[in-house]
Design a protein around this ligand. Sequence first.
Ligand code: SF4
Length: 256
Amino acid sequence: MAYDQTATQLKPTVPDLAASLVARLDAELRDAHPLTILRKAYETFSDKLALVSSFGAESAVLLHLAAQVSKDIPVLFLDTGMLFGQTLDYRKGLAATLGLTQVRDLRPAFADLAVTDPKSDLWRTDTDACCHIRKVLPLDRALGEFDGWITGRKRFHGGDRLRLAVVEASDGKIKFNPLANWGKAELDAYVAEHDLPAHPLVSQGFPSVGCWPCTKPVDDPNADVRAGRWAGQDKTECGIHVARAPGAAPNVGEGI
Ligand code: SF4
């Protein structure tokens, strides 16, 4: 079996083992093509590997690449209950177009909503708490069965992502960022080459698409791609890429 049995031991109690595997994989993959990174991730973790996608503005590239490795890879989609209808339509259409068989819609727990956000307006007063129950907790529950996961983050998105590694440790799991090295030019060229369908909101001025209450169109062509996310707030990340262990450094792009 291709799956590396050492990966099953990737728990916080054996950080040295995880760190050594991360260091080895990152040294091998830091300058590799995204498809090579995805193949190595799948070869290493097999059915213990998931891909997390927002089915947002740039998601088609990573999903198209992943579908070349396996159409059966579990794709975790955070359906927060606050997404644009266009995103839900795009998720269905793109999954069908690419032949992805295991897209899983992760929804907030009813109990969390009932206790913390019964009127669905928590985003007005506490976006961190809202993201926690609608994104962080559902993803943590879903990731429990996996040892490795894939994200679509890129360095050119700026902020803490400028330091993003291709392979990084994340709360006892290993996280792959196959598109870390790609810029907008590479993404646009890949979309054109493969004639990938665009998210419908891109043509309406949304360079990045999240939940409707927290995403605005961006007029300035020189602004960061994520400038329309939580605009006017200090917040730049939803929290799914922040290390959970008490006192741990944020896992948003630290070096290995
Ligand atoms: S992005 Fe906004 S609406 Fe979506 S979960 Fe976070 S705070 Fe809530």
